[in-house]
Design a protein around this ligand. Structure first.
Ligand SMILES: [Fe+2]
Length: 440
């Protein structure tokens, strides 16, 4: 049995114990202390853009439904009939004003109110339908169209929780001259036989790409002349950052952004000059030259929002814990509002090349998660090492912990937060300022 004392010992400053990836008791505590007491990413406004739109999801392992009612309000309802517990909605997404449980026909509107039961006379005159409304998430808040929910009414405001990650979310959204993305292209879904934390670690791991994705990068080099591997070498000037509250980023912002180069990065050379010009003009008009350069320079994004969201490339990637050694992944690619269609087509084609079940890169990561899970079963080696870059991390005046892009700062950021929430305590390293000896 995982005791409080054990948990503290299992996650240390620069290493974590293999048990945290394997044990069902620890997984259950994670669902309770991390997923059910804090903010989790639910989806994007645009996924339920129209009245009646809905999408099913989970909060931890609890099934839920994101709905938009006829008044335009968004609700996060628990997907559980208040009669005999059946889930009431089975589709991933759709449009409906009502949810009718298939078991005995109890019917709810998309606000969660019980509006009818078959043969209602059997319940007598004192039956109060209002007491049988669907359970709602205690809190729902949005940031730049991203919907977060919490089952804990006392959770801190979303804006406080997102902390320094807001700056990078803004950059992602501002790639649109209308300041908004849409996630209405559908969803890639896949899973792996391994713990959910592997995907959260990997999405901001700048050490692995040149090895796991070597073949993809080599093909890209030959076909498009892109030398992606330079981003992730020892000589790279890019950084990894701990943004607070478990969030982190691989910051690949161009240090000296030039207007043409970043645009090529986004579009992968797949759009006409005319479309590129229209897009550039609209960005400049909305944001001015300095902010436009900043936005385009940061268009290569790997951002982790604790505990269950990665913003990678153009996608929202939701990590769905199933059990200690099973995880589902949903990738929702986004398009930019207010740009020529050709620009969005190019974004989606570039996304498809790497991500999704038939992409050139994402399946390689999944294979690593499977292999790690197999390797974890070796009992002679108890620890996973996360110390890379520990000695050369620096802390900025804003309190952001910064290191080289190949350093394991994002993974340590994740586990500082994990330990805070799981053990009710800060990891020792979090409050210790390291000597800024780093040169990278
Ligand atoms: Fe990867």
């Amino acid at each position: 049995m995982a005791t409080q004392l054990n948990l503290e010992e299992l996650v240390q400053d620069s290493r974590v114990h293999r048990r945290i990836y394997l044990e069902p008791e620890i997984f259950e505590l994670e669902m309770d202390r991390i997923f059910e007491r804090n903010w989790v990413f639910i989806g994007h406004d645009s996924e339920v853009a129209e009245p009646g739109d809905y999408k099913t999801l989970t909060i931890g392992t609890q099934p839920a439904i994101l709905t938009r009612d006829e008044d335009g309000e968004v609700h996060v309802l628990m997907n559980r009939c208040m009669h005999r517990a059946s889930t009431i909605c089975q589709e991933h997404r759709g449009n409906s004003s009502y949810f009718r449980c298939w078991y005995h026909g109890w019917t709810y509107n998309n606000k969660g109110e019980l509006i009818g039961m078959p043969y209602a006379r059997g319940y007598g005159s004192h039956f109060d339908r209002a007491k049988f409304a669907l359970i709602k998430a205690a809190r729902v808040e949005r940031y730049r169209g991203m919907v977060f929910a919490s089952l804990n009414a006392e959770v801190d405001p979303l804006a406080d929780y997102l902390a320094a990650a807001k700056y990078y979310i803004d950059l992602f959204m501002d790639l649109s001259p209308a300041g908004a993305v849409e996630a209405r292209c559908g969803t890639h879904k896949y899973g792996y036989d391994g713990n959910w934390k592997f995907q959260m670690e990997n999405g901001v791991d700048g050490y692995h790409p040149n090895f796991v994705h070597q073949s993809f990068f080599e093909v890209q080099g030959k076909t498009l002349g892109r030398r992606v591997m330079r981003l992730f070498t020892e000589n790279s000037s890019y950084e990894s950052k701990d943004l607070g509250n478990g969030h982190s980023i691989l910051d690949m912002s161009s240090k000296r952004p030039r207007q043409n180069r970043p645009v090529r990065n986004i579009l992968r050379g797949a759009t006409s000059q005319a479309s590129t010009d229209v897009y550039m003009d609209s960005l400049l008009k909305r944001y001015g030259p300095d902010r436009t350069s900043e936005i385009l320079g940061a268009s290569n994004v790997n951002l982790a929002i604790f505990p269950n969201l990665l913003i990678i490339g153009i996608q929202f990637r939701t990590v769905i814990p199933v059990n200690a050694t099973r995880t589902d992944i949903h990738l929702a690619p986004t398009t930019l509002k207010g740009v020529p269609e050709e620009i969005n087509v190019a974004r989606i084609r570039a996304h498809e090349a790497f991500y999704g079940p038939s992409g050139g890169g994402a399946p390689d990561d999944v294979e690593m998660f499977n292999r790690c899970t197999d390797g974890l079963r070796v009992k002679g080696a108890e620890w996973l090492e996360l110390s890379r870059g520990l000695e050369r991390e620096q802390i900025t005046e804003d309190g952001i912990r910064v290191a080289h892009i190949t350093d394991e700062t994002p993974q340590r950021a994740f586990y500082y937060r994990w330990k805070e929430l799981m053990c009710g305590m800060a990891a020792a390293n979090k409050v210790r300022r390291l000597p800024s000896a780093g040169n990278f």
